[in-house]
Design a protein around this ligand. Structure first.
Ligand code: UGA
Length: 436
């Protein structure tokens, strides 16, 4: 098939690379000239395991092209996939201007029968509005809502082995095109209407956010009344009706999706007079987790004025260089507001660029960040952090306060090394039982 993927972010690039890998002729278009120039010279604007190799292979074999000119890229295509960003706009509603720009260009520039697949996360009702606009004077378009559930950091793996696929289609022709396009994937497939498909995406992300805030609420309670939240999470998650995923307590969720999509659902509820307190609380608990860490620092250190805090991990999760809505940004800003200094290290994030926006001290490595600091805070569970020489870290700190916001370390081991640590006991119950 001749396919045009619009948007060279995570979803667009992964879709384009995988579709080319399956043998289609794919043009990926983005209006960011610098990004396209990078892609044309073989440099990826995002850090994603396996994507560079897949994109390079398909480019060199002539199946994958990168362009800036949307009108040109849309000509003579059978399938157009929209994967542009829908950032937070006013009142928590996503800004759909990039989606509408593509739809308008499509109506003007394309010819022949086209299946339009909307992969961007869009509010309920968007596909219907797009279809009304496109069908107004001609019926050569089929509109499909195809929400994407991949995670950053494991994007290719998720794309190739999804838990399920969801398509909102109104015609049998569109359904057939989707069946053909994704025929090599084995997973449950739901064909539904546009509205339900759009809602599935929001409901799924808000539910994941809810699980995280829920376990953080239980963690805070356990901290007060005694109890090991890791054991609690394991004991709760082994119930198959609940499941163990997304019950990892800590500093909470960030990224470009969970916070934004939960806020969008809150906005939808408010506009429609539906009670969405539950989701407001999910967001509030998540924010409090960040505040909680700064409060701990202040409490233990007796204020932050003139104190240096080492922050290890800036990205919102490991295996990505993305810092959108990352807990580290809120925490560093608060440390600075309270007169403290922050020295930060992340193995992938462009620290120099970020430090021009938030004036922290970019460190050369974790030990450099920790050197002479009054405390160290871990905010991303990068694999390399688990291998750090904690004895050396302890020796470099002015005061042995370690806050493990991602449960990387065994608290007993930290205690034995002389750290004043702030995290929960992580004795794994199952291992203990099998050892007996
Ligand atoms: C999320 C969803 O997981 C994907 O299914 C969805 O496709 C994507 O949003 C999207 O809408 O595009 P992503 O934002 O890449 O994916 O990251 P997640 O793996 O969901 O993690 C989000 C945040 O939650 C991270 O900050 C992570 O550290 C945090 N988290 C996750 C926890 O604090 N505890 C957990 O138990 C799990």
């Amino acid at each position: 098939m001749r396919i045009c993927v619009v948007g060279a972010g995570y979803v667009g690039l992964v879709s384009a690379a995988v579709l080319a890998e399956w043998g289609h002729d794919v043009t990926c278009v983005d209006n960011d000239e610098e990004k396209i120039a990078q892609l044309q010279s073989g440099v990826l604007p995002v850090y994603e395991d396996g994507l560079l190799e897949m994109a390079a292979r398909n480019r060199s074999e002539g199946r994958l092209h990168f362009r800036v000119d949307l009108a040109q890229a849309l000509t003579q295509r059978e399938l157009v996939m929209i994967a542009v960003g829908t950032p937070a706009g006013k009142n928590g509603n996503p800004d759909l201007s990039a989606v509408w720009n593509v739809v308008k260009s499509l109506k003007e520039c394309s010819t022949g029968q086209i299946t339009l697949v909307i992969k961007s996360t869009v509010p309920v009702g968007t596909c219907e509005a797009v279809a009304e606009f496109l069908y107004h004077d001609e019926e050569r378009f089929d509109v499909v809502s195809a929400p994407e559930f991949l995670r950053q950091g494991t994007a290719i793996r998720d794309y190739l082995a999804p838990d399920r696929m969801v398509f909102g289609c109104q015609t049998s022709r569109a359904k057939q095109v989707m069946q053909d396009l994704f025929r090599s994937l084995e997973c449950p497939v739901i064909f539904t209407d546009w509205h339900s498909s759009e809602m599935i995406k929001y409901a799924a992300n808000a539910f994941l956010a809810l699980k995280i805030s829920y376990i953080n609420l239980i963690a805070n309670l356990s901290e007060k009344v005694g109890g090991n939240v890791q054991d609690v999470a394991q004991g709760v998650g082994l119930d198959r009706r609940i499941g163990p995923a997304f019950l990892k307590p800590g500093v909470g969720f960030g990224g470009s999706c969970l916070p934004k999509d939960t806020r969008a659902l809150v906005a939808l509820g408010e506009e429609n007079g539906v009670n969405v307190w539950l989701l407001r609380d999910v967001l509030q608990i998540n924010f409090e987790q960040r505040v909680h860490i700064v409060k701990k620092l202040e409490e233990v250190l007796g204020g932050l004025e003139g104190k240096k805090i080492a922050v290890l991990g800036l990205s919102f999760k490991p295996n990505t260089g993305d810092v959108r809505e990352a807990p580290a940004l809120t925490i560093i800003s608060r440390i600075l507001e309270r007169g403290g200094k922050a020295a930060a290290y992340d193995p992938v994030v462009d620290m120099e660029a970020l430090s021009r926006e938030i004036p922290f001290i970019p460190a050369l490595d974790p030990y450099d960040a920790v050197s002479g600091a009054h405390a160290v805070v871990f905010l991303t569970e990068w694999g390399e952090f688990a291998k750090l020489d904690l004895r050396r870290i302890r020796g470099l700190l002015k005061f042995p306060l370690l806050i493990d916001g991602r449960h990387i370390f065994d608290p007993q081991a930290l205690k034995a090394l002389g750290f004043v640590s702030q995290s929960y006991d992580s004795r794994p119950v199952l291992e203990f039982m099998s050892a007996k």
